[in-house]
Design a protein around this ligand. Structure first.
Ligand SMILES: Nc1nc2c(c(=O)[nH]1)N[C@H]1C(S)=C(S)[C@@H](COP(=O)(O)O)O[C@H]1N2
Ligand SMILES: [Mo]
Length: 528
């Protein structure tokens, strides 16, 4: 028992604890003061965002494949653990050699500040919370170390430090219990400060309230009516229209940009005859269209659910480009979000007849904050990474030869037409089903080409045609169903689609990197 206690209350574990408490103080103080600055400038968000920006494509892909849309939570947990380990080491170093510890803390503070000030849309003044946090962390570390050095019973305590002035003053009276009490109280205070900072930051943001108060205009051109029977009759197949709350979310934003509609502006510039600047009011007053479009993420694995279908309300981008008049030689529009993300979209795609738009509405509501409020791009037929810029504030008319988008700089393709894909929703992978008639169903997409046929293959049997649900348009997904007479045993259900041009979905397996996964989905089920 005493042995165990000595192990916990030895100098190294206590110094490590002091390091962790000091790190918590750095983050908490920065969080509290950060409530008065932009949310993206607090250390955790800035560090995490910087980390995301340096993430190689395979790692992004791995994170999405492993954690799905929980990838951000996983990143925070990973970051928290890394910081804790580094803080332990720093604590021990500071105990042995104070000046080395100080240098370590200053170095970490510099890393935090560097990652803060290099964020897009963040000014040098936004470094203030991190700087003050680092100073507070140093003060706390010093005080805890002084207490530790005062516990003279440890032979490893460096002689010079034990002679330290503060230490001599505190020396005799200090004991372990006081150290733990001080560490505990400081950690508690840090927790309260961090929580308070969060609440304060949320309260200071009135963007959520402004969004709720916003009334969308009636479109000049309403969406084409959705025919009856778009939904697959098989229970459990994904809803044809994805509710906003269930819509997949993929982006590099650790803290969602909060944009005031009165401040929002879109600048259209670059290779144009006429620069155009749009305000949010300009959008509200414009001839808006409404259209159902299925969005798809390039990171979606075969059979994955990073796709969703919504009714979008917005201004056709070709109308904006018609005012700006692109010059000869331009072949791309680089759209940029307020937080530094960018996407490269072929100019011709934004000028042809499809409903590419600057969207302000999603399923009859203003865009949810996480889906790009107040304005995002929606381009039928292209993966989101090259088209669907959320929180969009800038369109630069340019050339593929001159400019590269966010993910292109990280190993992904510069163009991203959506590949034909069929998906089985029911039964689920590894489901156990009763022998006899089994309802099989799912969805399929080939935006802009449409779905002409879906076929199902059981084990290695013949391909059988599934029943297609009604088609709303070629830019929305199309559902299907199939009745299978299942005999007991393990079976594989394979599915493939044929697009509107007659092209059969390829069985060639490809990873999501660099331009989208391909291959036929195969679902294993056990029939009992
Ligand atoms: N600002 C910004 N816009 C973005 C992204 C991003 O990281 N930042 N990701 C894109 C990607 S990869 C996809 S698939 C779609 C996803 O849109 P959603 O989250 O509304 O489903 O947004 C696109 N727009
Ligand atoms: Mo994506």
């Amino acid at each position: 028992m005493t042995k165990l206690r000595n192990r916990i209350t030895g100098p190294a574990p206590m110094a490590a604890l002091a390091g962790v408490v000091a790190a918590a103080v750095v983050l908490a103080v920065a969080e509290l003061i950060g409530a008065f600055f932009t949310a993206r400038a607090t250390p955790l968000f800035a560090l995490g965002s910087t980390f995301i920006d340096f993430t190689p494509p395979w790692m992004k892909d791995f994170a999405i494949a492993t954690f799905g849309t929980n990838d951000k939570a996983a990143l925070f947990v990973g970051m928290g653990l890394t910081i804790a380990v580094l803080a332990c080491i720093l604590g021990v170093v500071a105990y042995r050699k104070w000046m080395l510890g100080v240098l370590g803390v200053l170095f970490m503070g510099a890393v935090i500040v560097a990652s803060v000030v290099t964020r897009a849309g963040v000014g040098p003044a936004d470094a203030i919370p991190s700087v003050l946090g680092t100073v507070a962390g140093l003060v706390v570390l010093r005080r805890l170390m002084v207490q530790l050095w005062g516990l003279k019973r440890w032979p490893e305590a460096p002689a010079d430090q034990a002679d330290d002035d503060d230490a001599r003053h505190q020396g005799a009276g200090t004991n372990r219990r006081r150290f733990f009490a001080a560490a505990g109280v400081t950690a508690l205070a840090a927790g309260i400060a961090a929580t308070g900072g969060r609440l304060l930051g949320a309260a200071r943001s009135n963007v959520t309230r402004a969004r709720e108060a916003l009334t969308l205009p009636t479109p000049a051109k309403a969406a084409s009516p959705v025919p009856a029977g778009v939904q697959s009759p098989v229970p459990g197949v994904t809803p044809w229209l994805t509710p906003n709350n269930d819509f997949y979310r993929i982006d590099t934003a650790l803290s969602i940009p909060e944009i005031n509609i009165d401040d929002w502006q879109l600048r259209v510039h670059g290779l144009v005859e006429q620069e155009v600047t749009l305000s949010f009011q300009d959008l509200l007053d414009a001839q808006l269209i409404e259209s159902h479009v299925t969005l798809t993420c390039v990171s979606n694995p075969v059979g994955g659910n990073l796709a969703g279908n919504a009714k979008w309300l917005g201004l056709p981008i070709r109308d904006v480009l018609a005012r700006a008049k692109p010059k000869d030689g331009a072949d791309m529009v680089l759209s940029k979000s307020i937080d530094g993300f960018s996407a490269s979209t072929p100019l011709e795609v934004l000028q042809d007849g499809r409903d590419a738009m600057l969207a302000i509405g999603m399923n009859g509501e203003p865009l949810p904050l996480e889906h790009g409020y107040p304005v995002r791009m929606v381009v039928p037929g292209l993966y989101g990474f090259v088209s669907a810029t959320k929180w969009v504030v800038d369109l630069e008319v340019t050339r593929f030869a001159d400019n590269k988008a966010y993910w292109t700089n990280r190993g992904w393709s510069e163009r991203g037409p959506i590949k034909t894909m069929a998906r089985v929703d029911v039964p689920r992978s590894f489901a156990k089903v009763a022998a006899g008639k089994v309802a099989v169903g799912g969805t399929a997409w080939a935006q802009t080409r449409g779905i002409a046929k879906v076929e199902v293959q059981i084990d290695n049997g013949a391909w059988a045609e599934a029943t297609l649900s009604a088609e709303a348009s070629t830019v929305t997904w199309r559902q299907w169903s199939y009745e299978w007479d299942a005999a007991p045993g393990p079976h594989y259900i394979k599915v493939r689609a044929t697009d509107g041009t007659g092209q059969v979905q390829t069985d060639q397996r490809a990873d999501p990197v660099p331009d989208g996964a391909s291959g036929w989905q195969s679902v294993m089920v056990t029939v009992q």
